[in-house]
Design a protein around this ligand. Structure first.
Ligand SMILES: [Zn+2]
Length: 216
């Protein structure tokens, strides 16, 4: 089984996908699994509190497996104070409902790590679309977090980083790309120099543990 933990596209053949919802939390969900969260790109100071109420309502559903993507982004236009406020609210809520956080983070790793500590986060944290350097990877792993990789592992620099991340701290995803999750698995297995089957079984274990779901 190819498990895609973060995608903005509907499920395709041979794939177990966790689709992401960025807004419209009151829409009727088709069957399947989802993550839902307030993304830093789309925050509006007048609207987010109402959106948070809606997010809280749907996120307790059994097929919503994680809160996110949420986080901090220093490159986007959204006011950074507002980003922090909304992220804190989501850390607290994820801990209340005991679901993992899927993180969007751009140039704000230390601020984000500080907030997780300050607000006493106890739920698993997954940095999605990870394509940063090995120093940041090491720091995130030391803090107990998980890293999810997508098309970036096709690039040389990220191959080196991916090779160093322990198998029990890895997830794979397609995000917005058209590359299939199967292709990403194949590349990942090649970099790790293990069989596709070994990789699949390990990621299945990681998903069951972190997303608290039984895939059997
Ligand atoms: Zn995404």
């Amino acid at each position: 089984m190819f498990i895609n933990i973060h995608s903005h596209q509907p499920e395709i053949k041979n794939e177990f996908v966790i689709q992401n919802l960025l807004k419209d939390f009151n829409q009727l969900l088709s069957p399947g699994y989802y993550s839902a969260g307030l993304h830093p790109w789309h925050l509006e100071s007048q609207k987010w509190q109402q959106q948070l109420v809606e997010l809280k309502k749907i996120s307790t559903a059994e097929n919503i497996l994680a809160l996110g993507e949420c986080g901090l982004d220093k490159v986007c236009k959204t006011d950074f104070k507002l980003q922090q406020e909304v992220f804190i609210a989501q850390i607290l809520w994820a801990n209340e409902i005991n679901k993992p956080l899927i993180i969007h983070c751009v140039q704000a790793f230390s601020e984000l790590g500080d907030l997780l500590k300050k607000y006493n986060n106890k739920t698993p944290v997954i940095f999605h679309g990870f394509n940063k350097n090995s120093r940041i990877a090491e720091k995130m792993l030391n803090d107990g977090h998980y890293l999810s990789f997508g098309k970036s592992i096709l690039q040389l620099r990220n191959k080196v980083i991916f090779e160093q991340v322990p198998l029990n701290r890895i997830f794979l995803e397609t995000d917005e790309t058209n590359i299939s999750i199967e292709e990403i698995y194949k590349e990942a297995a090649a970099i790790k120099n293990i069989s596709l089957e070994t990789l699949s079984l390990q990621i299945e274990k990681n998903v069951q543990l972190v997303f608290n779901i039984n895939l059997q």
